[in-house]
Design a protein around this ligand. Structure first.
Ligand code: FE2
Ligand code: FE2
Length: 300
């Protein structure tokens, strides 16, 4: 594509908002981005995992008390959803770790909240959605949990798309965080439609200033496509070297002329980085700490 054909996109943002002006957009679209609320409801239906949920809850509540942060993730989640009622939303985008484990009561609660809000929602999983805290997280565990998570996806848990107001929104589940051939082919097909496209996933793409901030905070760069994330740290995060499919996805999102933004979470702080001259990757602060981002797509 020659330079004059490139879509013009202008971004402005704070830690909890973004305005994205897109050339050719017919009408405004409003989206709430929510990520990493880490809800932890559980009950007797969790069976042999119940005691692990009790132990984890005691541990994390102690951490929050020591930090002086909110120990109950339900309060900020409810606050965010009640604010959303008056925000005239076209889309609620949920990008992973919304629940801390795939308990039936967690899934039921989030589904009820989404239904009560009555706004179209897109849900993609993070590493915590797909496993209980006392079991490993990997491709096999994820597959065993998809049936329990299905009410949240309400469609294909691997990848999905919908058009809203002339913008194509794509979810890609990178909870593991390596991607499959199916997911990458899906993304290519969606991008080939040529519409302004927003990509929603959990683990961020490795980008320069985000990378520095994450290393400062975590001591390693747990992101997609990071060239220097060590094998030792990858073991700690229970993942492998990036697969060819993962790297192909990163290349597709960072080079496509019609990707206007990506939204993700996982690292638990707000950040924004240019992907290229058109697109910005927005990391939103964790919902359990009142994080949220109200996004307005406007005609340019
Ligand atoms: Fe998280
Ligand atoms: Fe995560």
């Amino acid at each position: 594509m020659s330079a004059p054909d490139l879509m013009r996109v202008i971004h402005s943002f704070t830690d909890d908002s973004a305005v994205i002006r897109i050339e050719g957009l017919a009408k405004p679209v409003r989206m709430l981005h929510l990520t990493d609320t880490h809800l932890r409801f559980f009950d007797e239906r969790d069976g042999e995992r119940y005691e692990g949920c009790v132990t984890y809850t005691k541990r994390i509540e102690k951490v929050h008390r020591e930090r002086g942060t909110e120990p109950d993730p339900v309060k900020p989640f409810r606050d965010s959803m009640s604010r959303a009622v008056d925000e005239t939303l076209d889309l609620l985008a949920l990008t992973g770790d919304i629940i801390h484990f795939p308990s039936p009561v967690n899934v039921e609660f989030v589904c009820e909240q989404i239904a009560t809000l009555g706004v179209p929602a897109m849900y993609t999983c993070g590493n915590h959605d797909v496993h209980y805290t006392d079991e490993p997280v990997n491709k096999e565990i994820r597959l065993t949990r998809l049936a329990a998570l299905q009410p949240l996806h309400n469609g294909d848990p691997d990848c999905a798309a919908r058009e809203i107001g002339g913008i194509r929104f794509i979810t890609v589940d990178n909870s593991i965080p390596q991607l499959s051939r199916k997911q990458v082919d899906f993304v290519h097909a969606q991008l080939a439609m040529g519409q302004p496209t927003v990509v929603l996933f959990h683990w961020p793409l490795s980008l320069p200033t985000l990378r520095d901030a994450i290393i400062d905070m975590l001591g390693s760069p747990p992101m997609m496509g990071d060239p220097d994330w060590s094998s030792e740290s990858r073991d700690h995060w229970q993942t492998t070297a990036d697969t060819p499919e993962t790297l192909e996805f990163v290349h597709a999102v960072t080079t496509a002329p019609n990707v206007v933004a990506a939204f993700c979470g996982h690292v638990h702080f707000a950040h924004a980085d240019s992907i290229n001259t058109r697109a910005v990757q927005y990391v939103t602060a964790p919902g359990h700490d009142k994080g949220r981002r109200l996004v307005e797509f406007r005609p340019l």
